[in-house]
Design a binder for this molecule. Structure first.
Ligand SMILES: Nc1ncnc2c1ncn2[C@@H]1O[C@H](COP(=O)(O)OP(=O)(O)O)[C@@H](O)[C@H]1O
Ligand SMILES: Nc1ccn([C@@H]2O[C@H](COP(=O)(O)O)[C@@H](O)[C@H]2O)c(=O)n1
Ligand SMILES: [Mg+2]
Length: 488
């Protein structure tokens, strides 16, 4: 079969859109092409900020490069660099070149992993590196190395990038692109024929080396993946979730460094999944309450972990001594009416019989706030206070509420402000004014829009939780929600 007709036949067999694979060796942050040295503009050298390292593994032609390109495109406001394992192929000796068809490019020994590791360690420590420039036609590294400067995100991509545990250990997130064998073979044939190779040696290489190496070395590394992406670049939902996770990590690291009293609970895909539901405008009141309650409970538990404790010993039913801790008893909750009231049940569920006071702050225009009502425990000055409000936006309500608590004699360091989402602006305002107040949140937002609303946000929390929003007003109320609405 001539190569032209083979291409035609195979092209017809490969379904779906054709994603032009970027030349990742030449691709750098924000999709720009490399070649020239990049300027280093971040605070890497001073104070060295550790980059977020993502490993992307998968069979040859599974779509690793296409997935990387999608991640880079979506992370457009962060500096991203891609390092491909292919750059670290050992060059072939003259002897090996004569028998190139017998050379196994899919075996772990084909790569100089020590050099890859040292480049990665330097990048992680904020140093620029020279990445070899491998040529697929000559099977040798060409002299002009690629200079790569440290970045916010480093993507390490390659068929066997999870094979070496030393390299795996450098990764903050491991992705395996899981694409059907036939699709990978079809894409590979197309790609190699386009490169000018002949079909017979391409198929020979596949059956002799590529397929066995996939089964023996690549597929067994799938177990190390944190995320497995079926269908590669076609799976935009998986890629969106990955990008959101990276954004959260990058954003929250910076903010937590600036504000040591900001605590963002460790994210998991459960937590991201719950956020996805409660942020979705189409979510019913019933589901909104259910998932908001689950998240609130996590935030409350985390907040309680910041309370002081005394060591306590107990005798277990086996007669042994268990040395544990005793919870702080001088505690109360204060909810900011009305959305903060949604957090009261979780607090009561965690702290039996806890006193909960209330503060009502009226919003005047976009940033003016007026305190119009409060009902606080009389002995509040002696207590640790868990201040409850699910959304920290501009920080104006929080400042009003915390100012009142301080007026009543509460010590600043005894206040823990619990919320579900925090805008960086609000965190700055509260932390600057009250540096000893702890803020515990489950996600940091992108920011505020022109109307001072949190984005991406989740809309008017109180309305969505108590079922009084227009969008969901026709939704029937269920159990707790109905009672809570009536209580208002
Ligand atoms: N989802 C997809 N649908 C169709 N073609 C794809 C898709 N993902 C990748 N391709 C094509 O398959 C080939 C191999 O993709 P690439 O991303 O380079 O894979 P890898 O980096 O894993 O070898 C490229 O020609 C690319 O255009
Ligand atoms: N000189 C070479 C070097 C490597 N290969 C093949 O490339 C594949 C890995 O690259 P992907 O982008 O597809 O992950 C691997 O299967 C090698 O066989 C080659 O053909 N020639
Ligand atoms: Mg590739």
């Amino acid at each position: 079969m001539g190569s032209y007709s083979a291409v035609e036949v195979i092209a017809a067999a490969v379904s779906g859109a054709h994603y032009p694979a970027p030349d990742l060796d030449k691709l750098d942050m924000k999709g720009s092409m490399l070649g020239e040295e990049q300027p280093t503009t971040s605070g890497m050298e001073n104070g060295h900020q550790c980059p977020f390292v993502i490993g992307v593994a998968g069979g040859a032609s599974s779509g690793k490069s296409a997935v990387c390109k999608m991640i880079i495109d979506q992370l457009c406001d962060h500096r991203v660099v891609v390092v491909t394992q292919e750059s670290f192929y050992y060059g072939l000796s003259d002897e090996e070149l004569v028998h190139v068809n017998d050379y196994n490019f899919d075996h772990p020994d084909a790569f100089d992993m020590d050099l890859l590791l040292s480049c990665m360690e330097n990048l992680k420590h904020g140093k620029s590196v020279d990445i070899p420039n491998y040529n697929f036609k000559t099977h040798k590294s060409v002299p002009r190395a690629r200079k790569v400067n440290p970045s916010d995100v480093i993507i390490l991509e390659g068929i066997l990038i999870f094979h070496d545990s030393r390299v795996r250990d450098l990764m903050n997130m491991k992705i395996f692109v899981d694409t059907d064998d036939d699709v990978r073979l079809a894409r590979r044939i197309l790609r190699d024929l386009e490169k000018g190779r002949d079909i017979i040696p391409v198929l020979d290489q596949y059956s002799k080396f590529v397929k066995p190496a996939f089964e023996d070395f690549i597929l067994p590394t799938k177990k190390y993946a944190d995320i497995i992406i079926p269908r590669g670049a076609d799976n935009s939902v998986a890629i969106d979730l990955i990008v959101q996770h990276i954004r959260t990590k990058l954003g929250q690291n910076d903010l937590c460094k600036i504000h040591p009293n900001l605590y963002v609970i460790q994210t998991t895909y459960q937590i991201r999944g719950m956020h996805t539901i409660i942020r979705d405008a189409a979510t019913t009141t019933h589901d909104f309450i259910f998932y908001a309650d689950r998240l609130i409970r996590l935030v409350v538990e985390h907040g309680l972990g910041h309370l002081p404790f005394k060591e306590k010993q107990v005798i277990t039913p086996t007669g042994s001594v268990y040395t544990g801790v005793d919870f702080s008893k001088s505690l109360c909750g204060i909810s900011v009416i009305r959305s903060g009231e949604s957090m009261e049940n979780a607090l009561r569920a965690c702290c039996k019989g806890i006193k909960i006071g209330k503060i009502l702050i009226h919003r005047e225009g976009d940033d003016g706030k007026q305190l119009i009502y409060h009902n606080l425990p009389k002995d509040i000055a002696k207590r640790h206070v868990l201040l409850l409000d699910p959304i920290l936006g501009t920080g104006n309500s929080a400042v009003q509420a915390i100012s009142l608590l301080l007026e009543k004699g509460v010590q600043e360091s005894n206040i823990i402000f619990l919320n579900l989402i925090s805008a960086p602006q609000g965190v700055h305002v509260v932390s600057k004014r009250f540096p000893r107040v702890k803020i515990v949140t489950s996600e940091i937002e992108l920011g505020l829009n022109d109307e001072c609303r949190v984005i991406p946000g989740m809309g008017e929390f109180g309305d969505r939780y108590f079922g009084t929003d227009d969008y969901q007003s026709s939704t029937p109320f269920f159990g707790d929600a109905k009672d809570r609405v009536r209580l208002l």
